[in-house]
Design a protein. Structure first.
Length: 244
């Protein structure tokens, strides 16, 4: 702004001369961006009461045309799990060496101590590996546990007593992508490997609930919370990794 050397508060300007506005390089001094063009247009239509045109008048006009900052609010992203090309085939035993087998009376699994010659009763699993950038906890691997050469999958499902239980569900879809809230979310488990060979399987849909076995032999495999008196550590045996 062309002004005399008098103090800025009493600056005298010619309305027909070019007005130069200097704004600070750092926007933090004004917190908002000033729409200079609109402000100058407004100034053309101002009819000052006198030839005095001080900084207060300029600032008032500019601030009337401030571009409001838009605050970008974080949008919650639905967790998504994508199937990888890696599958791990194996049998599963609990920490007391009881093997998981299919129940002959219900769509459930049982943990049984197999004697010599009964290895044919072992269930062979196919652990499909999944990836997700939002998976928690980070040290865990999202997996689906299917029974090899079948359409049966381990699922954590609610029952009449409202507590989740472990059942076998027949699935015909490919399950390439599973999103939180999908009907098949109950097929996903967080596999966490600790120590040399211990594995736990926590339900993705029901956090804090783990695949577990009873201390006694020939009991159903079910879901439990960590505080319960059940076994939640498993070993994966006869492993074979397959890339599809």
């Amino acid at each position: 702004m062309d002004c005399s050397d008098q103090p800025a508060m009493s600056c005298r300007c010619d309305m027909h001369e070019v007005i130069k506005l200097v704004t600070p390089k750092h926007s933090s001094s004004m917190k908002q961006v000033v729409n200079i063009i609109v402000a100058l247009k407004m100034m053309k239509h101002v009819k000052p009461k006198s030839s005095e045109f001080g900084e207060e008048e300029v600032l008032d006009i500019i601030m009337e045309n401030v571009i409001q900052e838009r605050r970008m609010e974080a949008v919650a992203v639905t967790p998504s799990y994508d199937k990888t090309s890696m599958t791990l085939q194996c049998t599963v035993c609990d920490q007391f060496k009881k093997t998981l087998v299919k129940s002959s009376t219900s769509p459930r699994l049982m943990a049984v101590t197999l004697r010599d010659g009964n290895s044919l009763f072992k269930v062979r699993f196919s652990l499909s590996m999944y990836v997700s950038p939002s998976a928690k906890p980070k040290a865990s691997q999202p997996v689906c546990l299917g029974i090899s050469k079948s359409n049966l999958y381990l699922a954590c499902a609610e029952s009449n007593d409202s507590s989740p239980h472990l059942v076998l569900e027949e699935i015909t879809e490919t399950l390439n992508t599973i999103k939180a809230g999908d009907p098949h979310e109950n097929l996903l488990f967080f596999r966490r490997e600790t120590g040399v060979a211990n594995n736990t399987f926590e339900s993705v849909k029901y956090p804090g609930w783990f695949i577990s076995t009873d201390y006694e032999d020939s009991k159903l495999v079910d879901m439990c919370q960590v505080s319960s008196s059940r076994l939640t550590n498993f070993t994966l045996e006869e492993k074979q990794q397959i890339r599809s």
